[in-house]
Structures are given as C-alpha cells and as structure tokens.
Design a protein around this ligand. Structure first.
Ligand code: HEC
Ligand code: HEC
Ligand code: HEC
Ligand code: HEC
Length: 126
C-alpha cells in the first residue's frame, strides 16, 4: 500500500472511532436538539445509561419502539434510529410530532410513576 494512502486511512479510521464513541449512548448527557430548526430551550438533560439504570428500565422498546398497524410490536426495538427519523416536526395521524413525542414519552412516564422531573427547567437546564 502506498504510504500516504496508509496514513490517510489511519486518520479516517481514527476519526470514525471518535465519531462512534463520541455519539454512543454511553456518553450521552443530553437529548440532541439540533433537529429542531430554532430551539427555544437548552437541550434536555438525559444521561442515558445512568438514567435508565436509576429508573430501572430494562426494555429498550420503552422509548425506542416499533409500531405496526397502530400496535406496539413487543420484543422489537429501534435504537438504531433517531426519534426524528419517524417523528416529523408536526403530528401525523396518531404519530405525535417530535416535541410532543419527547414530552409524552419523558414527562408521561415521570407523571405516571411519580418520579423524575416534570417542570420545564428541570429538564431544560440553563
Ligand atoms: C422530562 C423532561 C422534559 C420536561 C419536563 C420538559 N421538556 Fe421540553 N423537551 C424535552 C426533550 C427531551 C426535548 C427534545 C429536544 C431537547 O433536548 O430539547 C424537548 C423539546 C422541547 C421543545 C422543542 C425544542 C426547542 O427547544 O424549541 C420545546 C419548545 C420544549 N421542549 C419546551 C418545554 C416547556 C415549555 C416545558 C415545560 C412546560 C418543557 N419543555 C418540559 C424534555 C422535557
Ligand atoms: C427512557 C428512554 C430510553 C430508553 C429506555 C433507552 N433509550 Fe436509547 N436513547 C433515548 C433517546 C431519547 C435517545 C436520543 C434519540 C434521538 O436523539 O433521536 C437515545 C439514543 C440511543 C442511541 C443512539 C446514541 C446516539 O447518540 O446516536 C443508542 C445506540 C441507544 N439509545 C441505545 C439504547 C439501548 C440499547 C437501550 C436499551 C438497553 C436504550 N437505548 C434504552 C432514550 C432511551
Ligand atoms: C421506527 C419509527 C419510530 C421511531 C424510531 C420512534 N417512533 Fe415513536 N411512534 C412511531 C409511530 C408509528 C407512532 C404512532 C403509534 C400509533 O399509531 O398509535 C409513534 C408514537 C409515539 C408516541 C405516542 C404513543 C406512545 O407510545 O406513547 C410517543 C410518545 C413516541 N412515539 C415517542 C418516541 C420517542 C421519544 C422516540 C425516540 C426515542 C420514538 N418515538 C421513536 C414510530 C417511531
Ligand atoms: C419509563 C419511564 C421513564 C421514561 C420514559 C423517562 N424517564 Fe426520566 N426518570 C424516570 C424515573 C423513574 C426517574 C427517577 C430515577 C431515580 O429514582 O433516580 C427519572 C429521572 C429523570 C431525571 C432526573 C435524574 C437524572 O437522571 O438526572 C431526568 C433529568 C430525566 N429523568 C429525564 C428524562 C428524559 C429527558 C426522558 C425522555 C428522553 C426521560 N427521562 C424518560 C423514568 C422515566
């Protein structure tokens, strides 16, 4: 292999590793809000691993769900996709728009279980 190409590839691999590690759920501290064209609030605090451990959520599909014909499919999950891959900014039939989807999911469970924050500033921490 040509040496220069070799170095080039090594650099690309290094970069890819950094990207993969940098964006894995283990290092997640906030829910990315870049998909919103003009965010009104600071990105919501969400330490993926610590949160799910403390909240004792074992089923990834609790959040990363898959629906078929309006029914949640048990034992199927969608953690390989962003919420925004399916949820547009606006509601679409029974499918809530993105802001509503997050609020229903996050706040919904906190309200139901009586645990976890429900005030704006507790999630959207300045
Ligand atoms: C349980 C946590 C939680 C609470 C409580 C909460 N939010 Fe959110 N909110 C989120 C998440 C997660 C998102 C998705 C993007 C992000 O990280 O901001 C979001 C997105 C949004 C967005 C769209 C993105 C933006 O910044 O424009 C708005 C507006 C918003 N929230 C306003 C509010 C307001 C107002 C309240 C209080 C009435 C509130 N939120 C309470 C978690 C929460
Ligand atoms: C309480 C809700 C919740 C649970 C439970 C949950 N996740 Fe997530 N996860 C999220 C949110 C929110 C995101 C960010 C999605 C987005 O930005 O569209 C995310 C992102 C991810 C990502 C992508 C990371 C990135 O930054 O791109 C992976 C991988 C992931 N989760 C894996 C898992 C696995 C595996 C499980 C089960 C062991 C799980 N999640 C359980 C809410 C959850
Ligand atoms: C593969 C596509 C897909 C992905 C990815 C996805 N959703 Fe959904 N979601 C749907 C569909 C379809 C519906 C409508 C279900 C129905 O017909 O009632 C839905 C419904 C919902 C609902 C309302 C019903 C309920 O379960 O409470 C919430 C809240 C929601 N999604 C939040 C999220 C969040 C948060 C994420 C990311 C962690 C996410 N969704 C990822 C497809 C998806
Ligand atoms: C299925 C239930 C459930 C869902 C879904 C859920 N949470 Fe929670 N959350 C909890 C519980 C339970 C706690 C309290 C855990 C404890 O006892 O420390 C909590 C605590 C928190 C806390 C405070 C503790 C911490 O980790 O900083 C934040 C912030 C939070 N949740 C944000 C979110 C956001 C943002 C989402 C949506 C992306 C979300 N939660 C979705 C159940 C849930």
């Amino acid at each position: 292999m040509n040496r220069r190409i070799g170095y080039g590839l090594a650099a690309v691999e290094g970069f890819l590793c950094w990207v993969v590690v940098g964006f894995s759920q283990e290092n997640m501290t906030h829910v990315d809000n870049k998909v919103f064209p003009n965010p009104q609030r600071p990105a919501a605090v969400f330490q993926h691993e610590q949160h799910n451990e403390a909240a004792k959520i074992e089923d990834c599909g609790e959040c990363h769900h898959v629906y078929k014909d309006g029914k949640k499919v048990e034992n199927e999950t969608s953690e390989d996709r962003r919420c925004s891959d399916c949820h547009g900014l606006k509601d679409k039939g029974a499918q809530p728009g993105l802001t509503k989807a997050f609020h229903l999911n996050c706040k919904g469970c906190h309200e139901k279980s009586g645990k976890g924050p429900i005030m704006c500033g507790q999630c959207h921490v300045k």
